[in-house]
Design a protein around this ligand. Structure first.
Ligand SMILES: Nc1ncnc2c1ncn2[C@@H]1O[C@H](COP(=O)(O)OP(=O)(O)OP(=O)(O)O)[C@@H](O)[C@H]1O
Length: 243
């Protein structure tokens, strides 16, 4: 008779590995303020989660630790299997190429065309021009701005400018897309559209982490919600449980 075969490892495999793992992470800034305290959580491959909490709760700090803009004071962070503590200064640009970052103030170069803005990470990454063109156009198509490629960002609406920022974040096909208050400057309808765009990237397999204080908007999108309060994780609500 054959021994029973456990399905547990298969399930683990199917659910995807952790792209983000925080293990007892604390961050104390130089002025002594503890912005994050003993934070532990995981985000699996292909998952989308919101990080929310009051102003000053530690949302931006969490994202900065992931992008190695800041370093933790205690604990471990693993990104896609790689401990961030092992990445030294010289390795940071390579790490950042695997993370697409979107900010509230899109940080576009206003004297460059939409195309050039989106192309920039690929130029820095040494991608050949023909491939660059193909990828930039694919990214612009995904955010619905293919017809705007020759325009300057100034001639676009705020929502469109934010979409250019998103195209720039995804053009390098990142493992992880992170966004810090990406809808902060937008009216409610545009904000919903931008959040839905993030959900679309998740649907095609990108892992997405979005910091936002806008609870009504978060509830509308219905994804996992990680809640911070004074740097501590106080709730972790699965998408199905978001009311
Ligand atoms: N460079 C820094 N030096 C000292 N304290 C800092 C620094 N950056 C952030 N803080 C403090 O750490 C805490 C967390 O800040 P953080 O920006 O992560 O919060 P947040 O949840 O993103 O807030 P907001 O929603 O207002 O952007 C705040 O009390 C903030 O004042």
């Amino acid at each position: 008779m054959r021994a029973p075969v456990s399905l547990a490892p298969v399930w683990t495999e199917l659910r995807g590995h952790a792209v983000i793992r925080f293990d007892q992470v604390s961050k104390r800034y130089e002025n002594g303020h503890e912005a994050l305290s003993q934070l532990s959580f995981e985000v699996k491959e292909g998952e989308m989660a919101f990080v929310t909490g009051h102003s000053g709760a530690g949302k931006s700090t969490l994202l900065k630790l992931l992008a190695l803009i800041e370093r933790p004071s205690h604990g471990h962070i693993v990104l896609d299997g790689q401990p961030l503590a092992k990445i030294h200064r010289g390795g940071i640009p390579k790490l950042r190429r695997r993370i697409g970052m979107v900010f509230q103030d899109h940080r576009l170069l206003m004297d460059r065309t939409v195309f050039a803005n989106v192309e920039l990470p690929l130029v820095i990454g040494g991608v050949a021009p023909v491939e660059r063109r193909r990828r930039v156009r694919a990214a612009l198509e995904k955010v619905g701005l293919l017809d705007y490629e020759r325009q300057l960002p100034d001639s676009l609406s705020t929502g469109e400018q934010q979409r250019v920022g998103i195209a720039r974040a995804i053009v390098g096909r990142p493992t992880l897309l992170i966004a810090d208050e990406p809808t902060g400057n937008l009216d409610p309808q545009l904000a919903v559209e931008i959040m839905e765009l993030f959900a679309e990237f998740q649907q095609v397999g990108t892992t997405v982490l979005v910091a936002s204080h806008d609870l009504p908007l978060i509830k509308r999108i219905r994804k996992r919600v990680v809640v911070l309060d004074h740097g501590r994780l106080v709730a972790d609500v699965a998408a199905e449980e978001v009311l």
